[in-house]
Design a protein around this ligand. Structure first.
Ligand code: SF4
Ligand code: SF4
Length: 483
């Protein structure tokens, strides 16, 4: 497989291998909105006592994926806007288990595959599956053309696959077998780092003998772990059907649901970034208060919390008081508050940049202590071409930016803005700090909306045409009968 572009961003604050278990909280704040989900079909009443693993709410737009209660407690629906709050939490002593008899909505006599797919959805494991090309949740009843499983995460700072695989290799292999049971002849591509580590050798040892698993080794350069890039590299076309994609935690969740019928209630989340005292991975349930994590892992006063990785994450705001079900990392950065006089002419001995224009270029490899500061934003494009050099999609971000800036959406379509995988590298390397990634994501949304509107318009017109034809035929028939 050949890869284009890419660049490894070296920043201070990479979490190590250890996984810390967070202390039991008193309250959980479960966000109703995440990157892909909008949980809106409430299944409990305000003040209702719920058990661990109960469904609190589902997302009707995403195959009724549930938001499960991570602990036993009292559900509050109106305490904090955009959240279900779980109070009076009690520590569990037994994991909730679901049997086939607890799934009465499954048709009697449904095959093992239908039961297992439904189990994946109702036990919260299906939410770990995404489609390679559009990133959305695929239809659990659908047939994929292939499955891609990635054990690597290259964006700083999100939970890494090697950390999650430690001591869980058997479960991982069993999870792969469960996934294979959904397939007929389609392959499972297992993406591994192209290096000889003890762990990768052990993984290879475990999957040896499973002919349906094809190992793909990729160089450790961001964003070679991106599913869209991998699917294109493997020659899988979006027109040939969905491509199910999972990271390590998704395979482990599938094993959990299908081997022991347990829901996935905890997440391994990385806590990293320059403001983290000790960058670590933590084990915490969904809804865990973010402020408790921040208090525990930083001593800083002005800290910006990013939900997700450094390049694609979003600032965590009041919309997310607790860890959401899709959270894989929290990045803690120094909030830049002081204005530095003539900051833009600093020689930049401590600034890491793709452009070799700072004095830092004279230093050997070092990690930058990044802050939220940008020195003179909204500068025009200087045609340096860095964005094109790093772009893994082989498009010309600077050209697309100019088209979109001038509202030339059709030209942007011709320039294949649809190929952008939103990795954020172009925005990172851009010396003018242009928000290219966001601009392209908005353009893709607009194009998709316009396509959907055109499709609905075409359906309406067709319906109108058929109604008109039927009316004309009826009138002709009546005229013939009268004659
Ligand atoms: S244009 Fe898209 S794919 Fe290319 S570097 Fe930018 S965000 Fe990544
Ligand atoms: S990196 Fe920024 S300044 Fe350089 S060509 Fe791309 S958009 Fe223009």
């Amino acid at each position: 497989m050949k890869f284009r572009g890419g660049y490894n961003v070296l920043l201070q604050g990479r979490p190590g291998h250890s996984v810390n278990i967070m202390p039991e909280p008193k309250v959980l704040y479960l966000p109703l909105r995440t990157r892909r989900f909008n949980f809106s079909d409430i299944c409990v009443e305000d003040g209702q006592q719920v058990n661990m693993g109960d469904t609190l709410v589902t997302d009707p737009g995403n195959y009724s994926i549930p938001l499960l209660a991570p602990r036993t407690g009292k559900a509050r629906l109106n305490a904090v806007e955009g959240h279900i709050v779980l109070e009076e939490i009690t520590k569990y002593d037994k994991q909730p288990k679901t049997s086939h008899a607890d799934l009465p909505h499954i048709e009697r006599g449904a095959g093992a595959s239908a039961v297992n797919r439904d189990k994946m959805v109702s036990l919260g494991s299906w939410e770990f599956v995404s489609d390679a090309y559009d990133g959305k949740v695929p239809d659990p009843k659908g047939k994929p053309q292939a499955v891609i499983v990635s054990t690597i995460s290259l964006e700083p700072f999100v939970a890494r696959g090697d950390v999650q695989l430690q001591n869980r290799l058997l479960k991982f292999t069993r999870g792969l077998e469960h996934l294979q049971s959904f397939l007929e002849y389609q392959p499972i591509y297992l993406v591994m780092p192209k290096l000889k580590s003890t762990l990768s050798l052990r993984v290879k040892e475990h999957v040896r003998g499973h002919a349906w698993v094809k190992i793909i080794e990729v160089p450790l350069k961001y964003p070679n772990d991106n599913f869209g890039i991998l699917a294109r590299g493997l020659g899988l076309k979006s027109s040939d059907g969905p491509i199910w994609c999972l990271k390590t935690e998704g395979v482990l969740a599938a094993d959990r649901a299908l081997t022991i019928s347990h829901p996935s209630l905890v997440r391994i989340v990385s806590v990293g970034g320059p403001e983290t005292k000790t960058p670590v991975h933590i084990k915490a349930m969904t809804g865990y208060p973010i402020n408790l994590i921040v208090e525990k892992y930083t001593a800083g006063k002005n800290v910006r919390v990013i939900d997700g990785g450094m390049l694609t994450g979003k600032t965590a705001d009041d919309q997310g008081l607790g860890i959401n079900s899709e959270c894989r990392g929290l990045t803690l950065m120094t909030e830049h508050t002081e204005r530095e006089f003539l900051g833009f002419v600093r020689p930049g001995f401590d600034r890491k940049s793709y452009a070799p224009c700072f004095l830092s270029a004279l230093r050997v490899k070092f990690k930058e202590r990044l802050t939220t500061a940008i020195f003179g934003e909204e500068r025009p494009c200087v045609d340096c071409n860095f964005c094109e050099e790093v772009c893994p999609a082989g498009i010309m971000p600077h050209l697309l930016h100019k088209y979109l800036y001038a509202d030339l959406i059709e030209e942007a379509c011709d320039g294949r803005v649809d190929l952008c995988v939103k990795c954020g590298l172009c925005s990172y390397v851009c010396p003018s700090k242009i928000e290219l990634r966001e601009q392209f994501a908005m353009a893709q949304d607009q194009i998709e909306r316009e396509k959907e509107e055109a499709r609905l318009d075409a359906i309406k017109q067709e319906k109108r045409r058929l109604a008109e034809e039927a009316r004309r035929e009826k009138a002709e028939q009546e005229a013939q009968e009268n004659a």
